[in-house]
Design a protein around this ligand. Structure first.
Ligand code: IMP
Ligand code: MG
Length: 180
């Protein structure tokens, strides 16, 4: 296994091996299987980053009636007065009255999740919970709760398991951190 990798101009070192990540995912799946067993949950996977977490987690989900949908938070430059505008793209399922479990690759400042929760609430889901493969509690700037945190990280920039640096590194099985 390569312990140092180079992605464009940056060097990353091996940080968390895949076995540990797999065990964290299995633990999250057990929790969700127990807590959502009568809820026919709708998993909302936030692309691009959550694609691999979604695939790994869903294979371990055994609750009846589980469904998965893929969404994206698109940002585009708004007018000068509104600044950045974010829009929820791809949600065609009716979430009204449903138990929704958001799947995110990582919660860093919490901005994306806070925004997503705001965009979902007018659609009246019965319940919304958040599962994030990685969580950096030290970087949180928004008041959001990660109901199912996989692995807690320091405030390092990481790649692998769906997370990228400038489009690269998503395919890595292990997690790598930016070398100090
Ligand atoms: P937040 O809105 O600050 O919580 O960050 C959410 C998004 O930023 C994540 O879904 C990732 O796409 C990206 N992100 C945050 N931290 C990292 C990291 O360490 N590596 C790669 N992407 C990250
Ligand atoms: Mg993301």
């Amino acid at each position: 296994m390569n312990k140092i990798i180079q992605l464009r101009d940056k060097t990353f070192h091996l940080y968390i091996e895949s076995g540990e990540i797999d065990r964290a995912i299995a633990r999250l799946a057990r929790q969700i299987n127990e807590e959502a067993k009568d809820e026919r949950p709708l998993f909302l996977s936030v692309l691009n980053g959550a694609f691999m977490f979604t695939s790994d987690l869903l294979k371990e989900i055994t609750v009846e009636g589980a469904e998965v949908a893929f969404i994206r938070l698109a940002s585009y430059a708004g007018t000068a007065s509104t600044g950045e505008v974010r829009e929820l793209v791809g949600l065609t399922d009716d979430v009204a009255g449903r138990s929704v479990i958001i799947l995110e690759d990582i919660v860093d400042t919490g901005r994306s999740i806070a925004h997503l929760l705001d965009l979902l609430s007018p659609r009246r889901p019965a319940r919304v919970r958040v599962a994030a493969l990685f969580h950096k509690p030290g970087a949180l700037e928004y008041s959001v709760t990660v109901d199912y945190p996989g692995i807690v990280l320091e405030n390092d920039f990481v790649v692998g398991r769906g997370l990228d640096y400038d489009g690269l590194g998503r395919n890595l099985r292990d997690l790598y951190a930016l070398a100090p």
